[in-house]
Design a binder for this molecule. Structure first.
Ligand code: MG
Ligand code: ZN
Length: 218
């Protein structure tokens, strides 16, 4: 995926946010996964299901959650649709293939918009997370979000969900440093969520609360 959207918290909003007493703690009741770079190898604007390759421990991580009775969903920015590079039918074909390879994903929610569209669903905005949590019948703040970039973590924090960053070689160092929690792979992330200690108070920088500003820099 292109990584063109970057929005930083303003100091005033960040300090207001820091006054919220309860952090995103506890074992999640559902886990929302990013798709590209998280559940599957990131092939930018891939519309070909034959090219889908799950990441190393994705199948094991999802199986672990199924056996623990924790529902899952996928929340994915697909601006290639808005750019006219791929169709929603192609995105859905890729999603189906990934689901076949991983034994099921749960609901898959997709933002097709461009960063400049200023929609409420493109991560780091929280709209996809809110919708996915509703589909699973779980309050967003009782979900966890697992992703590979800072926008996934910002969206998680915006709904007070637990966020676990699983870095790839292209994840930026500052995004790793700012992540609420990190894990070396998806199975480790799931084990952390199911059995690990609850995280301390969220680290800085804090995200801006919902509603996310409509003007997202491209
Ligand atoms: Mg990703
Ligand atoms: Zn959107």
């Amino acid at each position: 995926m292109a990584r063109t959207s970057r929005t930083d918290a303003t100091p005033s909003r960040a300090s207001r946010r820091a006054q919220v007493p309860a952090g995103p703690v506890r074992r999640p009741e559902a886990v929302l996964f990013d798709r590209d770079g998280t559940l599957c190898v990131d092939l930018p604007y891939n519309g070909d299901p034959r090219r889908v390759r799950p990441t190393a421990t994705a199948a094991a991580a999802l199986a672990r959650l199924r056996s623990a009775g924790v529902p899952t969903a996928v929340v994915s920015n697909q601006s290639g649709v808005g750019r006219g590079l791929i169709t929603m039918d192609q995105v859905e074909a890729v999603n189906r293939r990934l689901g076949e390879l991983l034994g099921g994903l749960g609901p898959v929610l997709v933002c097709p918009h461009l960063p400049a569209d200023g929609c409420g669903c493109r991560k780091p905005a929280p709209g996809l997370l809110v919708a996915a949590a509703a589909r699973l019948g779980v309050p967003p703040e009782r979900c966890a979000v697992v992703g590979d970039i800072g926008a996934d973590m910002a969206a998680a924090l915006a709904v007070r969900a637990r966020g676990v960053l699983v870095p790839t070689p292209v994840t930026r160092a500052e995004e790793v440093a700012a992540a609420p929690e990190t894990a070396t792979d998806l199975l480790a992330a799931v084990e952390l969520l199911l059995t690990g200690p609850a995280p301390a108070a969220p680290r800085q920088p804090q995200p801006q609360p919902w509603p996310w500003p409509r003007a997202v820099p491209a």
